[in-house]
Write a protein that binds this ligand. Structure first.
Ligand code: SF4
Length: 198
C-alpha cells in the first residue's frame, strides 16, 4: 500500500478506542524520504490536546540530542515519528500509562515497509527498546550503554532514555551518555541530515 493511503488509514484507526480515556487521535508523522526514524512511547496529554507531538521541553531536548533544528525535525521527509502507541493512553499513578499493546503490531509492519530510506532508528525509552533492540537488555541503561554495538549492527539503531525532564536524575547519574553517546549520535545524524538542509 502507498504511504499516503496507509497514513490516512492509520489516522482513522479506532482499534483500541474503548481503552483510550480521551478517544482515538493517532499522532504520527512520516514521509517516504525519511532517513531517521524515531520510535518513542506514546503521545502525552499535551501532545494529544495540541495534535502535535514533541512541541514541548522533551522535544527541545530531543532535537538538541540529535543536533536538528525544529524545521528539520518536523519535516516528514527527514524524520519519521512512529511511537509504540499512536494515541494518548491515559495517565496512571506514576505517570503516563504504557502505549496500547494493539498499536505497534497492527501498524508498524506496514508503515516500516513503506519507509525504504530509513538509515538510523532511534529507540526512545523502555517500550521501544523492548520492541526493537533485538537483544534482551536487562535495563534501559544497559541498552543505552550498548551504543557501539547497536550503531555497528544492521539495521543501525541506537537506544536513548526518554528526553523527558523526569529523566534528569538518570542523566545526572550517567554522565557518559552526554560525553560519549550524544557526540556519536550527532555525527551519525549529521551524515544523514546535513546542516544546510534546515
Ligand atoms: S492507539 Fe493505535 S491501535 Fe489504538 S486506536 Fe490509536 S492508532 Fe489505533
Amino acid at each position: 500500500m502507498q504511504l499516503p493511503q496507509l497514513l490516512a488509514d492509520t489516522r482513522a484507526c479506532t482499534l483500541c478506542e474503548p481503552n483510550l480515556p480521551l478517544g482515538a487521535k493517532p499522532l504520527l508523522h512520516a514521509g517516504r524520504g525519511a532517513k531517521l526514524l524515531i520510535i518513542g512511547q506514546a503521545p502525552g496529554r499535551r501532545a494529544h490536546d495540541a495534535g502535535t507531538p514533541w512541541q514541548d521541553a522533551s522535544g527541545e531536548r530531543l532535537r538538541d540530542w540529535l543536533g536538528l533544528t525544529a524545521e528539520q525535525f518536523f519535516d516528514p521527509d527527514t524524520v519519521a515519528l512512529l511511537p509504540m502507541g499512536f494515541c494518548y493512553p491515559g495517565t496512571g499513578r506514576s505517570g503516563d500509562l504504557p502505549p496500547r499493546p494493539e498499536c505497534a503490531p497492527r501498524w508498524h509492519p506496514p508503515l516500516l515497509a513503506a519507509l525504504p530510506n530509513v538509515r538510523l532508528t532511534v529507540l526512545l525509552g523502555r517500550h521501544a527498546i523492548e520492541g526493537y533492540a533485538q537483544h534482551p537488555y536487562r535495563t534501559m541503561t544497559d541498552a543505552v550503554g550498548d551504543h557501539a554495538r547497536l550503531l555497528a549492527a544492521r539495521p543501525v539503531r541506537v537506544a536513548l532514555p526518554h528526553p523527558s525532564p523526569r529523566n534528569n536524575r538518570w542523566l545526572a547519574k550517567h554522565p557518559w551518555f552526554a560525553a560519549e553517546v550524544l557526540p556519536k549520535l550527532r555525527r551519525r545524524v549529521r551524515r544523514l541530515v546535513p546542516r544546510h538542509a534546515g
